[in-house]
Design a protein around this ligand. Structure first.
Ligand code: SF4
Length: 186
C-alpha cells in the first residue's frame, strides 16, 4: 500500500493529531471490501434435481432475490463467487463439481441448497454423496426438501452477515491450513 502515509495530503489525522500511521487505509479498506462483497454476490448455480424449482421460484419476481444484491446468475464459474449446489449429488458428479469450485473467483462461498446437498437427503445409498462437504468446503446449509423460498433467503442473509462481519469463508480457512502445513513441512 505504497503512498498511504502521505503527510502532505491533508487527510484525517492519526492518534495524537499527527499524520495517519502507515497502514491506516488497509484496516479501513477491509470493512469496505466486505460491505461491497456482501451486496454484490455473483452466483453460479449447480442444479441437479427437484430443488431447482424452488431455486427458480426464489429467483423470480415474487420472492425477488435481487433485493439482496444477489441478482445475476453467471454462466461461467470464473465470473462467480457464490456456488449454489441445488439438489442431489451422486458420486460421478463429484469431480465436475470440484472442478467448477476450483475455477471460481476468490474468495468464494458455497451454499448447500436443500437436504440432499446438505447431507444426502433420504438417498442413503451407494450412489449418493452424503453431503457436498465431502467434496468441497461448504459455508451455509439450507435444510428442507425442498426448502421454502423464505428459508433460501434466510440462508442468503446468513451468508451476507458472515461476509459483512469479515469472517473467513471455508475456502479461506482451507487456504490458511494448507499454508500452515506447507510452512511446517519446510
Ligand atoms: S432435498 Fe428434496 S426436493 Fe431437494 S433435491 Fe433432494 S429430494 Fe429433491
Amino acid at each position: 500500500m505504497g503512498g498511504v502515509d502521505d503527510r502532505s495530503a491533508g487527510g484525517p489525522a492519526g492518534p495524537g493529531g499527527g499524520a495517519p500511521p502507515f497502514g491506516w487505509l488497509t484496516t479501513k479498506a477491509d470493512p469496505l471490501f466486505a460491505w461491497a462483497r456482501k451486496w454484490s454476490l455473483f452466483q453460479y448455480d449447480f442444479v441437479t434435481a427437484c430443488c431447482a424449482m424452488e431455486f427458480m421460484s426464489t429467483m423470480c419476481a415474487h420472492w425477488d432475490m435481487a433485493r439482496f444484491g444477489a441478482e445475476i446468475p453467471r454462466w461461467s464459474p470464473r465470473q462467480a463467487d457464490v456456488l449454489w449446489v441445488v439438489g442431489t449429488i451422486v458420486h460421478r458428479q463429484g469431480p465436475p463439481l470440484k472442478r467448477i469450485y476450483d475455477q471460481m473467483c476468490e474468495p468464494k462461498w458455497v451454499v448447500a441448497f436443500g437436504t440432499c446437498a446438505s447431507v444426502g437427503g433420504f438417498y442413503d445409498n451407494y450412489s449418493t454423496v452424503q453431503g457436498i462437504d465431502k467434496i468441497i468446503p461448504c459455508d451455509i446449509y439450507i435444510p428442507g426438501c425442498p426448502p421454502r423460498p423464505e428459508q433460501v433467503l434466510d440462508g442468503l442473509m446468513l451468508l451476507q452477515e458472515k461476509i459483512g462481519r469479515g469472517e473467513l469463508s471455508r475456502w479461506q480457512e482451507e487456504q490458511q491450513k494448507k499454508a500452515a502445513a506447507a510452512k511446517l513441512a519446510g
